[in-house]
Design a protein around this ligand. Sequence first.
Ligand SMILES: Cc1ncc(COP(=O)(O)OP(=O)(O)O)c(N)n1
Ligand SMILES: Cc1ncsc1CCOP(=O)(O)O
Ligand SMILES: [Mg+2]
Length: 223
Amino acid sequence: MPFHPSLLRLYLVMGSQDCRERDPVWVLKEAIAGGITLFQFREKHSSLHLGEAYTLGKKLRQICREHDIPFIVNDRVDLGMALDSDGFHVGQEDLPAKTVRQLTGSYPILGVSCDAPEEIRSAQDAGAHYVGTGAMYATKSKSDAGEPVGPQAIENLVQQPGCPPIVGIGGIRSDRVDPVIQAGAEGVAVISAISAADDPRSAAGELREAVEKSLSCRRSPLV
Ligand SMILES: Cc1ncc(COP(=O)(O)OP(=O)(O)O)c(N)n1
Ligand SMILES: Cc1ncsc1CCOP(=O)(O)O
Ligand SMILES: [Mg+2]
């Protein structure tokens, strides 16, 4: 599936650990109905074996396919390849982005977590389509997220020549979307704001509306 920065508008990142014991299949369907534009399968559940992650991933992948939502796999290139994913997301402590590109070819979407200018340069070298920057705000969804870097980090990175489109992640709720977009992000990535919401469909709807509203009044659109 070809990449366009508008795919980053509302990016749901989710695995079974994020869904409050509810079926991730149901959560994903509701999130799609609410307006997500991209999905990342981020399975971190220590009790789920790779084979179980594959079985769940196949179901989620199928739902994405039926709704034309690109399906990205976090961390595990082997799992992503087995699931015929549309792309991969890796961070600074995962396989190097350049290696992922070599393993997977030039076509799949490649996302890389970056908080610093030198990380942007190596993401560019690897042919990253987008960059994930965070945590924007404090988060309970990633135990090793470190201190929040805030929207200011996006404002700094986006000035790097040739910087790929940025999506902000970490602690984002609908009332925190605007500073992230005004800093220069193309969209927001969330886990708990949708996956742990009582009503994931309306949560996604609210977030999407907040993103569109904020983009429509950005002073100098970056895309
Ligand atoms: C869109 C997006 N941005 C950042 C991350 C974080 O990736 P990483 O730093 O590798 O941490 P884990 O998600 O693997 O815990 C992401 N997953 N998605
Ligand atoms: C995966 C990840 N990377 C940086 S913060 C984060 C967790 C985001 O989760 P939430 O949206 O629930 O704060
Ligand atoms: Mg990772």
